[in-house]
Design a protein around this ligand. Sequence first.
Ligand SMILES: Cc1cc2nc3c(=O)[nH]c(=O)nc-3n(C[C@H](O)[C@H](O)[C@H](O)COP(=O)(O)OP(=O)(O)OC[C@H]3O[C@@H](n4cnc5c(N)ncnc54)[C@H](O)[C@@H]3O)c2cc1C
Length: 398
Amino acid sequence: MHGTRIHEYDVVIAGCGPAGATAGALLARSGVKVALVDRCTFPRPKLCGGLLSGKTMALLGHLFGETLETLSAGGIIDFVSREYSIHWKNRALVRQTSDVPFILVKRNVYDRFLLEKARSAGAEIMEGHALTRVDADADEVFTSPGMRLKARFIIGADGCHSVVRRSFPMYHGRHGEWSANMAVGMEVAIPRNAATQDMDHPCVHLGYLDWGYAWAFPNADSVIVGLGGLVHKNKRNFKDILATFLFDRGLISRPDEVLGLHMQGHPIPYGNEMHIPVYKDLLLVGDAAGLADPITGEGIYQAQKSAQMAAQSILQALGTGTHPLATYPSLLRKALLADLRYARALRVIVFSALKFLPPRLIGCLVAGAHRRALGVIHGTRGYPFTIRFPQTRPERVS
Ligand SMILES: Cc1cc2nc3c(=O)[nH]c(=O)nc-3n(C[C@H](O)[C@H](O)[C@H](O)COP(=O)(O)OP(=O)(O)OC[C@H]3O[C@@H](n4cnc5c(N)ncnc54)[C@H](O)[C@@H]3O)c2cc1C
């Protein structure tokens, strides 16, 4: 490997999901020499409900000038709904209209769209290159097939199983803690013509699993049915729970029919937020930094928002010499971590209530609280008592 030619950049970004592509686009358009590396070739499949909240839409507007209209015209949006419903198992508790629409995208389309923004801003994209190792002392990364890239700063946007994160000494010895907060999301796409009731709006179903929930999100040609929750809080196999859910919704006629469906799972860092995702010249963003919401599991907004903060602190570092360690954690704290830490505490109450209260009482609580929850999801309010957000979300939805 030592004989391999070294390619030099200002910034190398590992991973071209929403976090990596957003950081790449923002840095490249400011004139920074950026390389983005991904083990996949785009468009690539990514297991996800593909729901963009109002705060993600507002961020897309703030960063790239995109709106519902421009995204629809570009074929990026798959489905839009203002309606939503919340269920206890298969019984509807609430069916309402939201002022801010729910936007549904297919991740292969959305992620390629973001990556094209980075490419057209001047970033060099290396697809089909898996990062194998990071040398944090030499600021170098190694890929398979064999390339050696050197940079002033390296961003780890390589998802839940981040190779860049493995170079962080503070992460070593904390694998147990990381896996304790690891959720699994499992999904199956049901063709629209096989779907029956309630498939024209996003539905959330409580009560199927502990410390998590199930969902049915409509797409133009299919319905994405899935569930996600903390692994160690659930004794039943997630496939069996998903089979029960599909059966209850009338999407399969016998639970064992599920064996014929293409079910897939992927981890979600569900309460793993890192407080100092900087080590030497390495910065982590998105799932690599454990930034998904510990109650809703939303991670696209957090990926793109942390990318914005990382890009901002790198631009400052390149311009003024301030190290990102002095800026990125505090930017992240104000923009995301205050909310995420609060949500992690709140979920103990939320998920305990869902586990122990009788369904009738849960129905009353959902009826009383769902508007507030909607505000948190769409970004019109923070989690209760996290009062910092008017200054920290300039792109908030009005
Ligand atoms: C079932 C499920 C449903 C979800 N639904 C939603 C939803 O509806 N809305 C929402 O907001 N969030 C949802 N999420 C969460 C969301 O998908 C993630 O939080 C989000 O994708 C994080 O973005 P990211 O860019 O950090 O990582 P990713 O999107 O995971 O991108 C990481 C990239 O890094 C690449 N990579 C990984 N390892 C390497 C390597 N060694 N070398 C090079 N490249 C590498 C991967 O190929 C990938 O392209 C869901 C998650 C799951 C599992």
